[in-house]
Write a protein that binds this ligand. Structure first.
Ligand SMILES: *Cc1c(COP(=O)(O)O)cnc(C)c1O
Length: 361
């Protein structure tokens, strides 16, 4: 089978971008204090405060699951609940970690078109019950950009915020692909965070070009109280913290994070524009960030996989997710599209897709 240098499976298939690598290398010199008491961590936190134009409280943890779970836990008590969209990573891909790290907060699911919460669903869920036998909602979690590759507009976020505020709910943002959302909207990062009522943002680095280490950014500083203890107790306090924080310096300097996210988005747009012209295919959701969702016949999926391409097929039979990363090239897109078009003509049609991939985001 042909070996491909890059795939469309996930943006976390990509390696470390040169800027993150460079600052890692710079940080790898001499002895510096551990546990975050170092100049790299200070610098990264300062750059985040500059990026958001706000004196926020910043922590670095190993991954997005930890960032989401611990920050959601900090919004309330164990008898509270968290409201999120039914496709949210928090619900579908974190193995119950938000419930675990919050000692039992219940995650309650809301509907909504295109992977986005419909604000009226918040009211419905809150008003469904108010007796002592039911968990008390305390937080709403939105994913920006969403699991379906769509992006909440500033106004859409503000309507979610309005409902959250009405019922005294904190607003949490899963920003595993926050960079792609900002690049897509062309807005200031504050427009879709604290100016839209976000109390805490989990800012993902991994999918945008770091090796490891997501930032938890508290715009509501009260929620950050004792967060360092939560990190330590859950095994999320890195002793050699500089290796989590230094890459952020490389990413945030000169807005490198936006350059990489904008590139990934542009590659997804190119892929979308190619695929939308092929009448045998059906595009599932609008491409607003770095993902393209497309329905194609199983025999075509089979053919592309035989051509050495990796991508996920977890949304029903034939629903494929194609993710672009900071290092996806135009040539990658063109090669994939060429193989797809050739498959449409030449591939045998009497094959089964067989085992569907395990879902991985
Ligand atoms: C990738 C991802 C995360 C973080 O996942 P980890 O594997 O724990 O880093 C969180 N939310 C969304 C929407 C994601 O796609």
């Amino acid at each position: 089978m042909k070996q491909r240098p890059r795939h469309f499976a996930s943006d976390n298939y990509a390696g470390i971008c040169p800027e993150a690598w460079q600052s890692l290398q710079e940080a790898n010199s001499g002895h510096v204090p551990g546990y975050g008491d170092d100049m790299w961590t200070d610098k990264a936190a300062d750059l985040l405060r500059e990026t958001f134009a706000m004196d926020c409280e910043v922590f670095f943890v190993f991954n997005g699951t930890a960032a989401n779970s611990l920050s959601l836990a900090s919004t309330g008590q164990s008898y509270n609940s968290i409201l999120c969209h039914e496709t949210a990573h928090v619900e579908t891909d974190e193995c119950g970690a938000p419930e675990f790290f919050s000692n039992g907060m219940k995650v309650q699911l809301l509907p909504g078109e295109l992977g986005k919460i419909d604000p009226s669903g918040i009211e419905r869920m809150v008003k469904k019950r108010s007796d002592i036998h039911y968990p008390k909602p305390r937080a709403v979690s939105v994913t920006q950009s969403t699991e379906l590759g769509t992006v909440y507009s500033v106004d859409e976020l503000k309507s979610v915020w309005a409902k959250a505020k009405q019922f005294n709910l904190k607003l949490h943002m899963d920003g595993a692909r926050f960079a792609n959302a900002v690049a897509s909207l062309g807005c200031h990062p504050k427009d879709i965070t604290w100016e839209a009522g976000v109390d805490v943002l989990c800012f993902g680095g991994t999918k945008n070009g770091t090796a490891v280490g997501d930032a938890v950014v508290f715009f509501n500083r009260e929620l950050a109280e004792d967060f360092d203890y939560r990190c330590k107790q859950s095994g999320q306090l890195a002793s050699k913290m500089r290796y989590l924080s230094a890459p952020w310096v490389g990413m945030l300097r000169n807005k490198v994070w936006l350059k990489h996210a904008g590139h990934a988005n542009a590659m997804a747009k190119l892929l979308h524009d190619e695929l939308v012209q092929i009448e045998e295919l059906r595009l599932l959701w609008p491409t607003q960030a770095n993902a393209v969702f497309v329905e194609m016949p199983p025999w075509l999926v089979h053919s592309l996989k035989n051509d050495g391409w990796k991508f996920y097929t977890f949304i029903g039979q034939g629903g494929c997710r194609l993710m672009c990363a900071w290092d996806t090239t135009e040539q990658d897109v063109r090669d994939f599209v060429a193989d797809l078009k050739r498959g449409l003509v030449e591939a045998p049609r009497d094959v089964d897709l067989g085992e569907v991939d395990h879902r991985k985001l």
